[in-house]
Design a protein around this ligand. Structure first.
Ligand SMILES: Cc1cc2nc3c(=O)[nH]c(=O)nc-3n(C[C@H](O)[C@H](O)[C@H](O)COP(=O)(O)OP(=O)(O)OC[C@H]3O[C@@H](n4cnc5c(N)ncnc54)[C@H](O)[C@@H]3O)c2cc1C
Length: 344
């Protein structure tokens, strides 16, 4: 297995933050996972493509970068089953599927990152979440060194959340994701922007539109380092929402099945007067107020301070707390550090 010491992570995180790990492991085979030293895995961080990760400190923890690749396809009368290894690139998998007549993932085109990270925060866009299509997940458990299969129900998928981000965080590695994609395709095109697609609606047309919309409003991390949506859309109670709506009649909202109201974090940031705001080499994107950009290679700590400033402004105006969507990784910490406090 490839192992490197005192390794720079600058090229391995989309915010382009400087950080050094004392040791990084690149297992490429299932057998190599058992060779990871038990004393070290307990202190490690699992890194995919680093597009949802903020290294808060210059000194990063030990890193495991699972590097298993491969895609397998089987089919039944009703479904295609795709098994993809964790280090496959997510967008390449979407392209592979659509180009081979396997449909369902097209709304999730162009989301940066690896297949293995996709279930962790249950990636979602344009009305679809990856959990909708996951049948099971193969997991390497650090404690028992065994491979375990989790059913979709075991994964506890929720909005930008799953068991892998909660109880199982830091306890193992997603090695393979197994998808079930029905042959009877149903377009999901009710989301803003997709309803304008000309008839007949095809998966290819949805994918092209999604890519066009994303390219128009989301900055490419290689040119403008960012981690996509920096904050989650906050959930508030119906009663609290009624107070907000009286004061701000145009406030966008999405009613949730459990009765809560989801607010648009980008709108809140924009209304707080921060869209396009830029200070000391860090800023908020002019076209998308949810995206923070590290214009001048600033440190993780400086980005945390900037994010805290945004949180405070939104809190002061709306009395709503913004929780980060990005994973905050501390120096010697095993798991995320709650740099920005908790949601409720
Ligand atoms: C421009 C841009 C746009 C984005 N748009 C969206 C969007 O529309 N919707 C959306 O949901 N997200 C979006 N994101 C966020 C990001 O693309 C996703 O969170 C993606 O899944 C991160 O993949 P990654 O491999 O880069 O993860 P990393 O940042 O490397 O890791 C993220 C988390 O997954 C864990 N992890 C990674 N691999 C494994 C593994 N094999 N086993 C166990 N745990 C693992 C890490 O420990 C960490 O907790 C966007 C990001 C950018 C930069």
């Amino acid at each position: 297995m490839k192992i490197r010491t005192n390794f720079s992570l600058k090229a391995l995180n989309s915010l382009n933050v400087s950080a050094i790990t004392p040791e990084i492991f690149f297992p490429t085979k299932l057998e190599e996972l058992s060779e990871l030293p038990q004393s070290k895995v307990a202190k490690s961080y699992i890194l995919g493509e680093g597009s949802n990760t903020l290294f808060c400190q210059k000194n990063a923890p030990i890193i495991i970068k699972p590097s298993l690749v491969g895609i397998e396809v089987t089919e039944s009368d009703e479904c295609f089953q795709i098994s993809a290894a964790c280090a496959e690139n997510w967008h390449d998998l979407v392209l592979f599927c659509v180009n081979n007549g396997i449909y369902g993932l097209e709304n999730l085109a162009l989301i940066p990152g690896s297949v293995g990270a996709a279930p962790v925060q249950n990636i979602g866009a344009y009305g679809v979440e990856v959990g909708d299509f996951i049948e099971r997940i193969t997991w390497f458990d650090f404690a028992s060194k065994a491979l375990i299969d989790f059913s979709k129900a075991d994964c506890q998928f929720a909005y930008r959340n799953s068991i892998f981000k909660q109880a199982l965080s830091g306890k193992g590695i997603i090695t393979h994701v197994h998808f079930s994609l029905p042959k009877a395709w149903q377009a999901v095109n009710s989301y803003q922007g997709l309803s304008e697609i000309d008839l007949p609606i095809t998966p290819q047309a949805i994918m092209a539109k999604v890519m066009q919309l994303r390219q128009a409003k989301l900055p490419e991390p290689k040119q403008l380092p960012n981690a996509g949506s920096f904050f989650k859309n906050p959930l508030v109670s119906v009663d609290f929402f009624a107070i907000l709506q009286e004061k701000y009649p145009t406030i966008p909202f999405y009613k949730q099945a459990n009765g809560e109201m989801k607010l648009a974090a980008g709108w809140l940031i924009e209304q707080a007067g921060l869209k396009g705001f830029r200070e000391a080499g860090i800023g908020i994107h002019e076209k998308q107020a949810l995206v923070l950009i590290n214009y001048q290679g600033k440190s993780g700590q400086e980005i945390v301070a900037f994010a805290r400033f945004i949180q405070e402004k939104v809190q002061a105006k709306f009395n709503v707390h913004l929780d980060p969507e990005v994973r905050f990784i501390g120096g010697d910490e095993l798991n995320d550090i709650a740099c920005l406090g908790s949601q409720k």
